[in-house]
Design a protein. Structure first.
Length: 162
């Protein structure tokens, strides 16, 4: 077959292969993040402890005292959240906490006093008033993480990505 006939077919084949590769890339890159729903009640995250302790709290100091007394013991039986690497949205709800709460997800060994913070993951925010829900987007790599709420003082729950 003359080269002038082969060349157009080679170009078409390369174009089709490129289109197939791009389509595969697009479907992977455009995958929706997985949504993890977490509910805060006074002094705890429900999904982590699986039991609502029905604590009463009108301010952060109430939870500081409650978790100082029982937080370590509750963490021993708390569920460790295990996820695969990827993109996530942590959808956090304030269920009946009468003051602002938030969410803080970070590397297990995160130290806010470290001068090289860019090397560690830390996603946080507040503004969750009673009855409100807020999304926190994050890409998780394999490793160990902690999540908590500093505003509605909760224990530091464990999250493992593998």
């Amino acid at each position: 077959m003359p080269k002038s006939v082969i060349a157009p077919f080679a170009g078409i084949a390369a174009g089709i292969a490129g289109a197939v590769m791009m389509a595969g890339f697009a479907s992977t890159a455009m995958a929706a993040p997985k949504i993890i729903e977490i509910t805060q009640v006074p002094c705890q995250f429900l999904e982590s402890e699986t039991t609502n302790h029905h604590y009463t709290s009108s301010k952060k100091a109430d939870c500081v005292a409650i978790n100082k007394q029982s937080g370590d013991q509750r963490l021993e039986s708390a569920a460790v959240m295990t996820l695969e690497p990827g993109d996530y949205i942590f959808r956090v709800a304030n269920d009946n906490v009468p003051y602002e709460v938030g969410f803080w997800l970070r590397d297990k060994d995160y130290d806010w006093t470290d001068k090289v913070l860019g090397q560690k993951l830390s996603v946080s925010g507040g503004g969750l008033f009673k009855g409100k829900t807020k999304d926190y987007a994050v890409t998780l790599e394999p490793g160990e993480y902690l999540y908590s709420c500093p505003l509605n003082t909760t224990p530091n729950y464990k999250l493992v990505v593998k």
